[in-house]
Design a protein around this ligand. Structure first.
Ligand SMILES: Cc1cc2nc3c(=O)[nH]c(=O)nc-3n(C[C@H](O)[C@H](O)[C@H](O)COP(=O)(O)OP(=O)(O)OC[C@H]3O[C@@H](n4cnc5c(N)ncnc54)[C@H](O)[C@@H]3O)c2cc1C
Length: 402
């Protein structure tokens, strides 16, 4: 039986292992950590969002538009293994999913552990050999026989396979006291690597102490963030250092951005609502009583709007509709949900095989693409895993018996 290797136990590696094992290959899955699927488990800690329903009848093109990377590649992999295919696969593992109000699909119970457990059991039933504490530290495509590749591990073991997939993950949320070693390995092997950069990450804002005391840990509910990158509505979380949340992940940038704290009212309708009452109230109290801002949004206005406009109702409403905010800096890679950068697509052929190392493939977040949160990240990882698993099986098949 033809032996193939998958290195990395994230969604990309697990999906490729499934395809290869289903097609009759002897698969060994290597993972450097003691724990399998560690980042998937982390992702589940805040509610595991597996894919997205862009609109009721969204086309493939609309889905692809969410990705930064080679468009044609995303068209192919998402056609080959679509969000519906992924949801069906999850169901086949005995895990139910549901569509949330934000059009994100979540697993029932929100946690990743049941999905991961069931996926690993399924792979074991298919005969996949799983080896933890195996960090791959070198690879080569054998000159004497182009259909073989050799992998070396930190524990001194060296093994040959018909083909191998690297699915080593991105640079986010790692312990940077122990730097990731594989980018250095790939660079030494002449494979172009674009340095990782934090993506889907919070930003720093210089909050006053008084604002933090009142608003830290509270959401700015349903606000619209506008920057030169675009406009996104959603909830933002006030943190001790700044802001987190989908709008900031998608259009946050260092410099001035604007918040609409009441996007469902126009300036005119908001003002009309406020002047209607004849009660003798100060402009701020009027806003508090009739505008129904979330407590954090009201605190933002109270503590961060210029003091000189606090008695000017019209100026305050303008501020509610276009609150200027200075984003000081991105939070570090170690806190980011994902990373941009990685192995350059120029190094890969259409099947995601390394041009310089025939028989060796790469997939998942380790490649230079990016997407917003909302399930798009895991979806691309599993679609790439499926795509590569299929390509590997087609290439390695002729060497059965080696
Ligand atoms: C807090 C947080 C929340 C998230 N929430 C979501 C979400 O809800 N929805 C979503 O779509 N995405 C989410 N993500 C992103 C998602 O988890 C990742 O995009 C996804 O896990 C990447 O999958 P992957 O298979 O490419 O790599 P990974 O899941 O990172 O797996 C790579 C594996 O390779 C192993 N490895 C690395 N180097 C070696 C080596 N040399 N030898 C052997 N093994 C090695 C690593 O230890 C790791 O286990 C979240 C991420 C974070 C940090």
């Amino acid at each position: 039986m033809s032996k193939v290797a998958v290195i990395g136990s994230g969604p990309a590696g697990l999906m490729a292992a499934h395809v290869l094992a289903t097609r009759g290959f002897a698969v060994t899955l290597f993972e450097k950590k003691q724990t399998l699927g560690a980042k998937l488990l982390i992702a589940g800690s805040s509610g595991l969002n597996v894919t997205h329903k862009v609109t009721e009848d969204a086309s493939l093109e609309e889905f692809v538009a969410f990705y930064r990377g080679p468009r044609g590649h995303f068209q192919k992999i998402l056609k080959d293994f679509s969000p519906q295919d992924w949801l069906k696969f999850i169901k086949s593992l005995g895990i139910e999913t549901f569509l949330g109000t934000s059009r994100r699909y979540f697993v029932d119970g929100m946690k990743a552990a049941p999905l991961l457990r069931s996926w690993l059991n399924h792979l074991k039933e298919l005969g996949v050999e799983i080896l933890t504490r195996h960090e791959c530290v070198d690879f080569e495509a054998l000159q004497e026989n182009p259909s073989r590749v050799r992998l070396s591990f930190q524990n001194g073991i060296s093994q040959e396979f018909s083909a191998a997939l690297f699915a080593l993950g991105g640079g986010s949320y790692e312990n940077h006291e122990i730097p990731l070693r594989w980018p250095g390995l790939f660079t030494r092997k002449g494979v172009a690597f674009i340095p990782f950069e934090a993506s889907n990450v919070g930003f720093e804002v210089e909050w006053t102490q008084a604002f933090k005391t009142e608003a830290e840990g509270k959401p700015l509910k349903n606000v619209t963030l506008t920057s030169s990158k675009g406009k996104v509505t959603g909830d933002l979380m006030v943190t001790q250092y700044g802001l987190e949340g989908t709008p900031i992940y998608q259009v946050g940038e260092v410099g001035e951005v604007f918040l609409d704290l009441k996007p469902d009212l126009t300036f005119t309708s908001a003002l009309a609502r406020l002047v209607k009452s004849r009660e003798n109230l100060s402009p701020m109290r009027r806003i508090k009583k009739f505008m129904k801002l979330s407590p954090a949004a009201y605190a933002l206005l109270f503590h961060h709007a210029p003091k000189e406009i606090q008695n000017d109702l019209e100026a305050l409403v303008k501020c509610v509709k276009k609150f200027p905010l200075h984003l000081e800096a991105k939070r570090p890679l170690a806190e980011a949900i994902s990373s941009a950068g990685g192995v350059s697509f120029d190094e890969l052929d259409e099947t995601l095989m390394l041009r310089k190392y025939p028989g060796i493939y790469a997939a998942g977040e380790m490649l230079n693409w990016d997407a917003p949160t909302g399930g798009f990240l895991i979806q691309a990882c599993v679609s790439q895993g499926h795509w590569v698993g299929t390509a590997m099986s087609e290439r390695a098949r002729p060497v059965l018996g080696h």
